[in-house]
Design a binder for this molecule. Structure first.
Ligand code: GAL
Length: 328
């Protein structure tokens, strides 16, 4: 009797937790985490460690200590349901940057050899003149990251940064070097410094994102219009060191990338299909806590790339397939 009662209770619990599982990604809408709060991971990046995805980004919740900067961490098995794992960076100005100092676009890499999580972020003063990267390290995905140092990668200016991990596991930093363009650089073995530059794409772009898809590299970037959306563009190359093609629009230019700015491309390699997901931020500069996300599967292949009009969609993490869905 007692066992039966427990079984009923257990299945009721399972049903309840299934009901709470979100099935649909709704670009541009509030995206609640497992606690029902809008995800705070702006200008973010995602890594997969074993079967778990970790999403790190700028934590911009209202009412936080304005002297500190925060980076959040969320985890997910399906890229749709996210659990808040805490603010893994809660940092005071590490470098005498002064009031309104900047910590933006955190990107975490997991180093298999050292077993460390290495976070890069854009570190700056209020006028964006310092143009450096900072590094912080943790032993755990959701541990407190300890600040290590700041520097200019290969002595170049660096503002927006992006991360790219190639199919062979090699890790790269993409950074915007204002006088020259968009640089792609290989991280050193322990990820604690930059080993070498792969190339300079002489285009003034930020929000750098790269995907390696069916033998071609695709690089996406936005124009330099601050928080205002602009037509994001892409170029292709057979090697990371180029030569890169000319840049072309990823969406009808009059939509200004449907109001979004690129931050990363996630490649989901499933049993049946490989999907490249555009991950963008819809910034709300006057209410940053309410900035939204535009995630859409890209139409990609044979040197072409298109961001389709955003509509609710669903991803099957196992097969890698996706489909549109009518709003529920
Ligand atoms: C954007 C950049 C953001 C932030 C903003 C400040 O262009 O991508 O990360 O720096 O400018 O205006």
């Amino acid at each position: 009797m007692k066992n039966q009662f427990l079984a009923v209770l257990l299945s009721a619990f399972c049903l309840l937790s299934q009901a709470q599982q979100r099935q649909v990604i709704k670009p541009g809408e509030v995206w609640p985490d497992a606690d029902g709060k809008h995800i705070q991971a702006h200008g973010g990046g995602i890594i997969k460690v074993k079967n778990t995805y970790y999403w790190y980004g700028e934590e911009r919740t209202r009412g936080l200590d304005t002297n500190k900067r925060y980076v959040s961490c969320y985890s997910s098995k399906d890229l749709t349901n996210w659990k808040f794992r805490g603010d893994v960076v809660q940092m005071e100005d590490p470098d005498n940057l002064g009031p309104k100092w900047i910590l933006e676009r955190p990107k975490v890499f997991y180093n298999e050899k050292t077993k460390k999580y290495v976070m890069y972020f854009h570190l700056d003063n209020r006028t964006y003149k310092v143009a450096k990267v900072g590094i912080a390290v943790s032993d755990k995905a959701d541990g407190q990251f300890k600040y290590v140092k700041s520097f200019r990668p290969l002595d170049h200016e660096s503002r927006d940064i992006g991360q790219f991990i190639d199919d062979d596991g090699t890790a790269y930093l993409v950074f915007e070097d204002r006088p020259f363009g968009f640089r792609i650089a290989k991280l050193a073995d322990d990820y604690m410094s930059i080993e070498k530059e792969m190339c300079l794409i002489p285009a003034h772009m930020e929000g750098g994102a790269i995907v390696h898809y069916k033998g071609l590299y695709y690089a996406i970037g936005s124009g330099l219009t601050g928080w205002r959306a602009n037509p994001n563009k892409f170029a292709t190359a057979t090697s990371l060191s180029g030569p890169w093609s000319a840049f072309r629009d990823i969406a009808p230019p009059e939509t200004n990338t449907y109001g979004a700015q690129s931050t990363m491309i996630i490649k989901v390699v499933g049993k049946k299909s490989t999907t490249a997901i555009f991950m963008g931020d819809i910034w709300r500069p006057a209410a940053q806590w309410d900035s939204r996300y535009l995630w859409m599967p890209l139409e990609i292949g044979d040197g072409n790339l298109k961001l389709p009009e955003p509509k609710p969609w669903q991803l099957n993490i196992k097969t890698g397939e996706w489909n549109y869905i009518s709003a529920d």
